[in-house]
Design a protein around this ligand. Structure first.
Ligand code: COA
Length: 188
């Protein structure tokens, strides 16, 4: 494959902008959220992810000179980007592949790169959350050995600022207006 995966730093302004746009586009193109959704600015804010987590990108060209084709964020313990991870667990967030580059193994390669980096840093477990509409992502994670963890599913309502507030599951079902996030985990 002629693509290279690398970490993108907080000072790489034009790459961060490109990654932010691609992340939002990947979610919007699949109809996972709409333009007005408060999560869109967070998807766009790749700079925050580079600052407070490990932002990885796959870049076209063997020397990484071309366009960004996909991204994933590896969230280490202690990062403000943790949503689900506990204690020493690592978390994967905001996997996104350009809609015109799908089905070529980019999502899988990025996920594997993030898993490898987590293991290098001593991860004993990696967790992640998905929407129930993310069918391609479910298949990808399951084929890579992630296990569905229903008992870790969590339910949120979206806030205006893009953050979320957890709400309790009512009789096993989310309350009206809330969204259920499906949990997965993987252990080396
Ligand atoms: C999920 C996503 C990253 C997959 O990227 P990709 O580069 O197309 O994935 P790959 O080519 O590596 O495919 C990985 C697996 O997913 C499967 N897959 C890809 N697109 C699929 C689709 N539309 N429906 C079902 N499975 C699909 C592939 O068949 C492959 O499985 P296989 O190895 O068993 O054949 C991409 O669809 C995307 O950006 N989606 C929107 C954002 C999103 O859902 N992110 C997940 C956040 S938790």
């Amino acid at each position: 494959m002629r693509f290279a995966v690398r970490k993108v730093g907080p000072d790489e302004k034009s790459r961060l902008q490109e990654i932010g746009e691609l992340t939002a586009l990947a979610y919007l193109a699949d109809g996972l959220i709409d333009h007005a959704h408060p999560y869109v600015p967070q998807l766009r804010d790749a700079a925050a992810r580079a600052q407070d987590a490990e932002l990885l990108a796959m870049i076209d060209g063997e020397r990484g000179e071309g366009s960004i084709v996909g991204t994933i964020t590896l969230v280490p313990p202690g990062s403000p980007f943790i949503e689900l991870a506990e204690d020493a667990e690592f978390e994967l967030r905001m996997l996104a592949v350009s809609p015109i580059e799908r089905g070529r193994g980019i999502g899988r390669t990025l996920t594997q790169a993030a898993m490898d980096r987590a293991v290098e840093q001593g991860a004993r477990r990696i967790v992640l959350s998905t929407l129930d509409t993310m069918h391609a992502a479910h298949r990808l994670y399951e084929r890579m050995g992630f296990r569905r963890r229903e008992e870790l599913d969590w339910v949120v309502v979206d806030n205006e600022d893009g953050s979320v507030t957890r709400v309790p599951l009512e009789h096993g079902e989310p309350p009206v207006g809330a969204v259920r996030l499906l949990a997965y985990s993987w252990e080396p």
